[in-house]
Ligand binder design. Structure first.
Ligand SMILES: NC(=O)c1ccc[n+]([C@@H]2O[C@H](COP(=O)([O-])OP(=O)(O)OC[C@H]3O[C@@H](n4cnc5c(N)ncnc54)[C@H](O)[C@@H]3O)[C@@H](O)[C@H]2O)c1
Length: 369
């Protein structure tokens, strides 16, 4: 089974990403876990993942010479909160965590974001290891250092950028994910395809059945592709201040609006992103930026993976546009990442709201999709 390794090159904050099947079951722990400041830490996970993988990961860490105490949080986005964070700090303190201890995040994006923020702030920062267990976390949230908790006012309002020491993406974990979580992750994967262009899109087109069947070899190659793309954006704009990393927001402006419009109940993040991708593709085509051929190829990819593509009839388009104007990342009024070609994203500012309204309304009609 092939293993992939790449480095996120950020000078003294550089770290490796390891991708492969059976990584956390292998005897190679000592080669993969970097030299940490101390021998003891915590593994933070949730009630769903603990019975599946906690024991295995703690044993594996032990094989590398690291002892850990488990902290098991409740499962769900609503626990990405200050209340959970406070109890996490208290449990870290009770476990005897010192400045030279480590935090190992074992879970999806929720656990990763919470643990990352706790690691960044506990005693002004302790070593952080990411062991992501969802596709979304392996291709996105575990890479790049963003972390945080939600506020009543909005998602991810509080947070820092704090890089881990290592990311270990074991594709064995994907086996137990629900179909819906797989699909959500694939929404983000297709986003990377559209950002990167022909090579990765062709890979996805040719390996659709294997990916959907969770073939470990294909999953590892797919996650490696995505990790490389994400790492490249992170390296060029670590703190998201240069407008480079903003391209990763493709599909997200509409996606976030949809998630919020339906109170985070109707769509997973990745499903909303998939619909957001459709809207941004149709808009780019409507503005004569993207050719018909590129539009059709992209839509076909989303269709082939069975992702949701249609804005629900019940969605109020005016309300969606109002939410998009308030998007945390929309700095200049109505802006969205659009493609000029497959693999060529750019940030379009001052989008005409009348045109956008027409495009979003069109995206409610299934026959167009
Ligand atoms: N920091 C970033 O850069 C970044 C980027 C994207 C998303 N995010 C955040 O990530 C979060 C979403 O992450 P997610 O999609 O991984 O959701 P999640 O962490 O809620 O996980 C989804 C569900 O799958 C379960 N699960 C996880 N791994 C499993 C496994 N191997 N087998 C069975 N069940 C498993 C979880 O317990 C949960 O119920 C959001 O809070 C979002 O804001 C952060």
């Amino acid at each position: 089974m092939p293993f992939h390794k790449l480095t996120v090159s950020l000078e003294s904050r550089s770290y490796p990403i390891h991708i492969g099947a059976g990584l956390t079951a292998s005897k190679s722990a000592a080669q993969i876990v970097p030299r940490l400041r101390g021998q003891h830490g915590v593994v933070v996970t949730n009630t769903t993942i603990a019975p599946l993988y906690l024991d295995r990961v703690q044993k594996w860490l032990r094989a590398a010479g690291y002892e850990s105490t488990a902290i098991i949080l409740p499962d769900g986005e609503k626990y990405k909160s200050h209340e959970t964070l406070l109890s996490l700090y208290q449990n870290m303190f009770r476990a005897g965590l010192q400045r030279n201890s480590f935090v190992c995040a074992l879970g999806g994006g929720v656990i990763g974001d919470l643990s990352g923020y706790a690691a960044a702030t506990y005693m002004r920062g302790v070593d952080l290891l990411h062991i992501p267990t969802t596709i979304l976390a392996q291709v996105d949230s575990a890479i790049g250092g963003k972390n945080g908790v939600n506020l009543e006012a909005g998602k991810n309002f509080i947070g820092t950028t704090y890089q881990p020491r290592v990311v270990i993406s074991d594709v064995d974990f994907i086996e137990t994910l629900s179909e819906r979580e797989i699909l959500g992750g694939l929404g983000e994967v297709i986003k990377y395809g559209l950002l990167a262009g022909d090579d990765f899109i062709s890979f996805l087109e040719m390996n659709k059945s294997e990916i959907l069947a969770r073939d470990p070899r294909c999953l590892a190659t797919m996650i490696h592709f995505c990790s490389r793309i994400k790492a490249d954006y992170v390296v060029r704009d670590e703190y998201d201040r240069l407008g480079v990393r903003a391209a990763l927001n493709l599909g997200h402006t509409v996606g976030h609006a949809l998630e919020k419009l339906f109170d985070y109940q109707k769509f997973t993040h990745g499903e909303a992103v998939a619909i957001g991708l459709v809207a941004s593709l149709v808009l780019a085509h409507d503005m004569n930026l993207l050719t018909e051929v590129a539009l059709e190829r992209s839509l076909q990819l989303l269709r082939a993976f069975g992702l949701p593509m249609q804005i629900p009839e019940a969605a109020d388009v005016d309300e969606m546009i109002a939410l998009m104007r308030r998007d945390k990342k929309a700095e200049n009024g109505l802006s969205m990442v659009l493609l000029k070609a497959l693999g060529d994203p750019h940030l379009e500012n001052d989008i005409d709201p009348v045109r956008l309204n027409r495009v979003l309304t069109k995206c409610k009609k299934s026959q167009l999709l």
